[in-house]
Design a binder for this molecule. Structure first.
Ligand code: HEC
Length: 214
């Protein structure tokens, strides 16, 4: 009967020594329970860890640099330059909206909603740069400057995608999908237009009369 205690004690010591004390740092290699010489297989194979060095290649790196212009197969290709980069095939910013974007009330409503979430805190809900963060010293550009009125649609898109040139404004690419960025560009254009209206824009005769426009 005493053997039961001995065997139990042995099992406890065995379990603790094999499985216990995990998560601690050791400088020596871990104990190999099934050594390669006794159990030959494919357990140990030569390999390089990512970003380690190697004498095989001339540049001393184990990993190979990617060939130019590769894209991960897991991502959509997004080859349409106007749609996804706001540029034409020559690399200049587009001055019109891409063909795939239909400007209608739905797009404007979406643009307004996204704008009020992501841009208004700095640029203000009127686009005049008077957002809530102004009193903390963030001087966001007013869209009603001539420079921004004349800015190409593609450049506004690019600012949302990559941030402003000085990077005072960071990229919003992770928050706005390309389609939403175009919706925001359309809404920024509407904000700009709101301050440049003339009497000629009112076409409804009844409204013209009620406003006293002849
Ligand atoms: C955190 C504050 C902040 C937010 C949010 C923000 N901006 Fe800006 N934005 C700025 C600042 C600051 C500048 C001026 C940057 C500079 O001088 O480089 C700027 C500049 C710009 C410019 C002019 C870039 C140029 O080339 O001069 C555009 C266009 C613009 N923002 C559009 C947007 C749009 C659209 C959004 C919403 C998606 C947005 N911004 C959100 C702070 C912000």
């Amino acid at each position: 009967m005493r053997y039961v205690y001995l065997v139990a004690a042995f099992l406890v010591v065995l379990t603790v020594s094999l499985l216990g004390f995990r998560g601690e740092q050791f400088t020596s290699a871990p104990m190999d329970v099934f050594p390669e010489w006794a159990f030959p297989g494919m357990k140990y194979q030569p390999k390089f860890r990512p970003q380690s060095s190697s004498t095989f290649f001339a540049d001393g790196r184990a990993d190979r640099p990617l060939p130019a212009n590769v894209v991960p197969a897991s991502l959509p290709l997004r080859a349409d330059d106007a749609m996804y980069r706001g540029k034409d095939t020559a690399g200049a910013f587009v001055t019109t909206f891409p063909a795939g974007i239909i400007i209608d009330a739905k797009l404007m409503a979406r643009g307004q909603e996204r704008y009020l979430i992501y841009c208004a805190p700095c640029h203000g809900s009127l686009g005049d740069g008077n957002g809530v963060v102004k009193k903390y010293g963030v001087a966001a550009t007013s869209y009603h400057d001539d420079r921004l009125r004349q800015m190409a649609d593609g450049q506004i898109f690019d600012t949302i995608t990559n941030g402003s040139p000085s990077k005072l404004m960071l990229s919003y690419a992770d928050k706005l999908e390309p389609e939403d960025r175009w919706a925001v560009v359309a809404y920024v254009r509407a904000l700009q237009r709101s301050r440049q209206g003339t009497a000629a824009d009112v076409t409804d005769t009844a409204v013209r009369q009620s406003l006293g426009i002849r």
